[in-house]
Design a binder for this molecule. Structure first.
Ligand code: NIG
Ligand code: FE
Length: 420
């Protein structure tokens, strides 16, 4: 028996084939959807994307995965999550419904701070055990690569602990995991109300935490919540510039609720992505469009916060930016573990076409993690990250929202979510 796996009998194949880099502006309109095309996988790699009969002739001994006239697609790349946390935050959800704003809840010591108290009280084993089923639910929606941020530890010790749990999740597989150090998620309460506290926490991040993260290679990226009322542009610059000598590339939570100049900072620093952007200024749009920084939009967060507003996706695309979609899965603002619903919101709320939404959740998600040459496309030489969905048209996935349509996903050729 050969070790080749053939994915055949798909009604449509969303290849997303194209250059191995972020797609910008008008390039996002083409997801390279084909009919009658299958995929051959050997080990962890895609080796051929051809008509089924051509594949069968080339690989006569291969095992077949029958896509059953469904949709064959690249695995989604969820490039922004906070998957390692303890408990849910039901009370805060209701509190916001009564009109208390997100940042006011944080000012009162809730929000991110409640997840921080909770995470600090749990063991590594508990955090690992809680995160595993969450990743399985993401994989069950067709996700094969997941970025996970720290940021609920907010001590050097608890941030390192979180990053080590993320490392364990990566080692456990089968989904690919990318780690980001988000120690600058908030000013920890014990630093907040003391003179010089903010600076002391930033010093601890840059001078104590980062060297240890780098020594054990615990994170590929550094992130900061750059938002008026949390960290300002100069503080964000310090945290991100401070990460660079330690080998961590910058990412930012930028202009989520108010415009604080975060998008322009991301562009200036050459950040791999600037995320959220619901309150981005016209200058921020222009700066991102002129940069290599991916504009990662998180529409589930805006929906769940009930803000009634969204990032200006069309303006970003029309200006020539590269737009990615991600879940922002976290217990405060986006307890969402279904990536296809993010595509739905991309179309219905952000006004993307279905093809743009697919590119945003695959190729551009990969680019937002520096992986545009590795995953996100069904092309020979790319990693064998695939999913099969029980629909016969690529537009059907964002359309039939709320349904569980993914019937199987594979990361590097290994099943993440078993076919029914
Ligand atoms: O991306 N905005 C900051 N961080 C998260 C929310 C974290 C939380 O509320 O626990 C976000 O929305
Ligand atoms: Fe986030």
């Amino acid at each position: 028996m050969s070790d080749t796996l053939l994915f055949v009998n798909a009604a449509q194949t969303v290849t997303c084939a194209g250059p191995p880099r972020a797609r910008r502006g008008g390039e996002m309109a083409d997801a390279a959807v084909r009919s009658g095309i299958g995929v051959a996988v050997q080990g962890a790699e895609i080796v051929a994307v051809e008509p089924d009969d051509v594949l069968r002739a080339r690989f006569p001994d291969a095992r077949e995965v029958d896509c059953d006239r469904g949709l064959l697609a690249p695995g989604f790349v969820d490039s922004h999550t906070h998957t390692v946390f303890g408990a849910a935050r039901f009370a805060e959800h209701e509190l916001r419904a009564t009109g208390v704003p997100y940042l006011e809840i944080a000012r009162r010591g809730g929000g991110i701070h409640s997840s921080v108290r909770d995470l600090r009280s749990r063991s590594d084993d508990e955090l690992f055990a809680l995160a595993g089923p969450r990743l399985a639910r993401l994989a069950a929606g067709g996700v094969t690569t997941v970025e996970i941020k720290s940021g609920y530890g907010l001590t050097v010790h608890d941030e390192l602990r979180t990053l080590r749990v993320i490392r364990r999740l990566a080692d456990a597989g089968p989904c690919h995991i990318v780690a980001t150090c988000l120690a600058a998620h908030e000013v920890p309460l014990e630093y907040r109300d003391v003179p010089g506290g903010r600076e002391a926490w930033l010093d601890a991040i840059v001078h104590e935490l980062y060297p240890q993260v780098a020594r054990d290679r615990l994170a590929a990226f550094a992130d900061v919540f750059c938002e008026p009322g949390v960290f300002g542009v100069e503080e964000a610059r310090r945290v991100l510039e401070g990460a660079r000598p330690h080998g961590m590339r910058p990412k930012l939570h930028a202009d989520e609720l108010h415009d604080g100049g975060g998008a322009a900072l991301g562009a200036e620093l050459g950040a791999v992505s600037a995320d959220h952007l619901a309150a981005i200024s016209a200058g921020g749009v222009a700066a991102l469009a002129a940069s290599e920084t991916v504009a990662t939009l998180l529409p589930a967060t805006m929906l769940f916060l009930g803000t009634g507003r969204h990032a200006p996706a069309r303006r970003l695309i029309e200006a020539g930016a590269a737009v990615a979609l991600a879940s922002d899965f976290n217990p405060g603002t986006s307890p969402l573990q279904s990536f296809p619903l993010v595509l739905t919101l991309g179309v219905s709320e952000l006004r993307l076409s279905a093809a743009e939404a697919w590119i945003a959740g695959t190729v551009n998600g990969a680019a937002a993690l520096g992986l545009a040459g590795v995953t996100g496309q069904l092309v020979p030489g790319f990693r064998a990250d695939l999913a099969v969905h029980a629909v016969d048209d690529y537009r059907a996935l964002p359309y039939w929202f709320g349904e569980r349509l993914c019937v199987g996903s594979w990361a590097a050729g290994r099943a993440c979510h078993a076919p029914r």
